[in-house]
Design a protein around this ligand. Structure first.
Ligand SMILES: *Cc1c(COP(=O)(O)O)cnc(C)c1O
Length: 223
């Protein structure tokens, strides 16, 4: 198949450094579109709603090497299902959620890879730690041996200039370096999940290791 989805993926890939993991964000995308992305080599898929993701996972059971990333705000009562069905959770956004996931992971015998969601810039509409709060919670997070904490994730507020966008991504990158200089038992800081369709080029130049792209691959969403 060589439709526009494959073309978009190939075009993006050509500009990406090889160490950057491209995660296709498929909220509101049909499984037909997802199969085309798979055909173009995508193995990392990200969803932000559990019910939608579970339906698609059932319909894509014949593609067993997909790695599923959960990227949406997660209520603790859905934690168990997300742990069972996703390899990555990018949106661990509070100590309470991390603690609950750590317990659940122990109960079901999984060690999910997770990122800690950080609000680099204050944004009342977003979940996540502000930087000082995160620094204060790190010692407790480091004891959650049921989770593989792999790094940081951020979503920037809308309406930033290019310079502000790059600056905010750079700040997350510097924060990650700073955190990784301390001696932790479990915490790892090798991943930076940052960059969406509108801003991923800035994220990549600021050190992103995982970018999360939806619209630029699949076209505009309904909302
Ligand atoms: C929707 C979404 C994306 C992808 O956004 P696009 O603008 O479609 O590239 C990335 N990350 C998160 C957390 C999202 O919810």
């Amino acid at each position: 198949m060589n439709g526009f989805i494959s073309q978009n993926i190939n075009q993006i890939r050509q500009q990406l450094p090889s160490h950057v993991r491209l995660i296709a964000i498929t909220k509101q995308v049909s499984v037909i579109g997802m199969r085309e992305a798979y055909g173009a080599g995508i193995r990392d898929f990200g969803e932000n709603r559990l019910q939608e993701a579970l339906l698609k996972q059932e319909q894509l059971q014949d593609l067993p090497d997909i790695c599923w990333h959960f990227i949406g705000h997660l209520q603790t009562n859905k934690g168990r299902k997300v742990l069972e069905k996703f390899q990555w959770i990018h949106s661990v956004d509070s100590l309470k959620l991390a603690s609950r996931l750590n317990e659940l992971a122990g109960e079901i015998g999984k060690t999910p890879q997770v990122c800690l969601q950080v609000k680099v810039l204050a944004d009342p509409n977003k979940y996540g730690w502000e930087i000082p709060e995160l620094l204060a919670d790190l010692p407790q997070l480091d004891h959650f041996s049921g989770l593989k904490i792999q790094g940081l994730m951020t979503i920037l507020p809308l309406g930033l200039s290019e310079a502000e966008t790059f600056g905010a991504f750079r700040e997350l990158s510097l924060l990650s370096e700073k955190i990784s200089q301390a001696n932790w038992l479990h915490l790892q800081m090798q991943e930076l999940s940052m960059g969406m369709s509108a801003d991923y080029k800035f994220a990549v130049s600021a050190g992103a290791t995982m970018i999360r792209l939806g619209r630029i691959i699949f076209g505009a969403r309904m909302s």
